[in-house]
Structure formats: structure tokens, C-alpha cells
Design a binder for this molecule. Structure first.
Ligand code: FES
Length: 147
């Protein structure tokens, strides 16, 4: 069996939503200290407070192919969706949507989950919106690069 699914290869070769949103409403940047990969998510948000919609989402990823594919898939999963749904996106959902990632590459999908959460938190902070800090608690250091 191939190490990477066709979907991973497709999103790696033709990533969706690459780029920058000028004057984004929320920006989240995260990195993995072990592999050095960095992911940045930009959100354009519309709608009333409490029922916001993600009008646009873009990403920049300086990292491995799995990180690029994970960012691409994650942005597709949240584009046009309620902001509250973005907060419930897990790395597991991203991995499943990609038809799986090798075990030593799962941490790449964790970056996508964390970057989106960081962008939502940035939006909340900029707008003085109260939130439950538990929603943004950092998990255990993701397993990285087969070590
Ligand atoms: Fe670290 Fe993919 S994000 S190797």
C-alpha cells in the first residue's frame, strides 16, 4: 500500500486556499518545535457576534507535504461554515478526510487543528469576545517525525 493516500497527494500537489487575507479578522500561527514546520491560518469572518460565518480562509505552510495537505483539507472543511464549527474541528477529522496519514505524520494534522483554533482565538481577543479558555488549551506535544 502506498504510504500516502491519493487525497493526501492531491492536496499536497494542488493545495486549496493557499495565500494571505489582507486585514484578516483572525490570524493564527503555530509551529512544531521538533520538526520546525510552521503553519499560518487567516480568517475572514462575517455575521453577527455569536453566529459568525467563515467567509474566507487561507493558509501559508512552511512545512512537509503532510502539513500542506492537512492545511489544505482543514481550510476546505471550515470554509463557509459557522465559526463555532471551526472550533470543533479535530486533527482526527482532518486525517479522516484525507483518507489517513502515516502514524509518524499525524502531528502534521495537529498543526492544522491548532492553527485554526489560534486564528479563532485571535478573532475573539481582537473583538473582546469572552470565551472558555479550556477550548484553547494546548494538548500534549504532538509526536513528531518518527522519533
Ligand atoms: Fe512536522 Fe510534518 S509538520 S514533519
Amino acid at each position: 500500500m502506498a504510504l500516502y493516500s491519493e487525497k493526501v497527494m492531491d492536496h499536497f500537489r494542488n493545495p486549496r486556499n493557499v495565500g494571505v487575507i489582507e486585514n484578516a479578522d483572525g490570524v493564527g500561527e503555530v509551529g512544531n518545535a521538533k520538526c520546525g514546520d510552521i503553519m499560518k491560518i487567516y480568517l475572514k469572518i462575517t455575521g453577527e457576534q455569536g453566529s459568525e460565518i467563515i467567509e474566507d480562509v487561507k493558509f501559508e505552510t512552511f512545512g512537509c507535504g503532510s502539513a500542506i495537505a492537512s492545511s489544505s483539507m482543514a481550510t476546505e472543511l471550515i470554509a463557509g461554515k459557522p465559526l463555532s464549527e471551526a472550533l470543533t474541528l479535530t486533527n482526527k477529522a482532518v486525517t479522516e478526510a484525507l483518507d489517513g496519514l502515516p502514524a509518524h505524520k499525524l502531528h502534521c494534522s495537529v498543526l492544522a487543528e491548532e492553527a485554526i483554533k489560534a486564528a479563532v482565538k485571535d478573532y475573539y481577543d481582537k473583538n473582546g469576545i469572552a470565551y472558555d479558555p479550556e477550548q484553547f488549551r494546548e494538548g500534549d506535544e504532538p509526536h513528531c517525525c518518527g522519533d
